[in-house]
Design a binder for this molecule. Structure first.
Ligand code: FAD
Length: 286
């Protein structure tokens, strides 16, 4: 099923993100994650594309998600796609019955390995794939603006371009302060971008990892989150409990303010996703 249809018909919707294995040998572990997530009945599951790794793992995992009767959203990046590779990957996705693609530029591989350059920006890959006509395409957006953008105005201008190039919905970078998201929605609407903006929520269960990825992505850590990191960072069980409570509160606040769609970055931890889903079960009616 196309995500554009899901976002129209399911209000509220809660979807999950997982990542594929680094190497072929560890596929079973990812399949076990899907088996544990499936009974939580997410609206769809997205599968990231690791920079510096083969995108085929993303496709394999997306196909496994679809086998559970859950719509899959496969991430494809410019950095892993030459023109011919993009055509091969989209052809394979069609064969696998995966109808949804999140189109991204990609993160530069940490080991400095070379990247493809046929599509400099997500807009270029979006235009290329949207000509095929058969996929529902999404793109990334950044309530705190992308770290390379000089201003909010530039950033929103490129998001408008993404929509013009075929993005039917957006998923946000993680954010820990809902007010940033509300202000961002206002800027999007003011710029005439009306595509749904799915709110990306990262439950913090590993403080060091979150501080690092927040620094890399330019995401602001509000004082409340910093206090949790400082106070409980050395105690994994306490961090997890505080992280789940924080994410739950964020999600309830979003739904209470009329936001329809939330995407949980599960980090392949089904028990964390399950705890949050349990906390909001009556709110989402699942
Ligand atoms: P772009 O849209 O190309 O934007 C990059 C920068 O260029 C921005 O500053 C933007 O304002 C500017 N820009 C955009 N379009 C143009 C244009 N046409 N001309 C000039 N400048 C332009 N990374 C991965 O490697 N794998 C993943 O699976 C993955 N999943 C993600 C999922 C989500 C929801 C998000 C928010 C991010 C994800 N990322 C992933 C990270 C993402 O690849 C990085 O944030 C990357 O730095 C930017 O990707 P983008 O698609 O927004 O790039």
């Amino acid at each position: 099923m196309k995500i554009s249809e899901i976002l129209k018909s399911e209000r509220p919707s809660v979807s999950f993100e997982i990542f594929p294995p680094k190497a072929a040998g560890s596929t079973d572990e990812t399949l076990r994650v899907i088996e544990k997530l499936a009974p939580l009945r997410p609206s769809y599951i997205s599968v990231t594309c690791r920079s510096g790794s083969t995108p085929d793992y993303t496709l394999d995992v997306a196909a496994a998600v679809e086998k559970h009767g859950i719509p899959a959203l496969a991430h494809l990046t410019c950095f892993s796609s030459t023109r011919s590779e993009a055509d091969r990957l989209t052809g394979r996705l069609s064969d696998l019955g995966v109808e949804n693609i999140l189109v991204l530029r990609g993160d530069l591989p940490a080991d400095g390995s070379p990247v493809a350059k046929d599509f400099p920006h997500a807009t270029d890959l979006l235009s290329h794939i949207s000509k095929k006509g058969s996929f529902c395409l999404g793109a990334a957006c950044y309530p705190d603006r992308h770290p390379e953008s000089e201003s909010y105005i530039d950033d929103i201008g490129y998001l408008r371009e993404k929509a013009a190039c075929g993005a039917e919905f957006f998923t946000t970078q993680m954010f820990f302060d809902n007010d940033l998201y509300y202000a961002f929605l206002y800027r999007m609407l003011r710029a005439g971008v009306t595509a749904p903006v799915v709110a990306g929520i990262m439950p913090v269960v590993n403080v060091r990892q979150i501080i690092r990825s927040a620094e890399l992505s330019g995401t602001t850590l509000p004082p409340r989150m910093r206090a949790i990191a400082d106070r409980f960072g050395g105690d994994p069980a306490a961090t997890r409990q505080a992280g789940i409570a924080y994410a739950t509160e964020q999600i309830i606040d979003l739904f209470a303010h009329g936001v329809d769609h939330v995407h949980i970055y599960t980090m392949n931890r089904p028990e964390t996703a399950a705890a949050i889903m349990n906390n909001i079960s009556d709110i989402i009616g699942k």
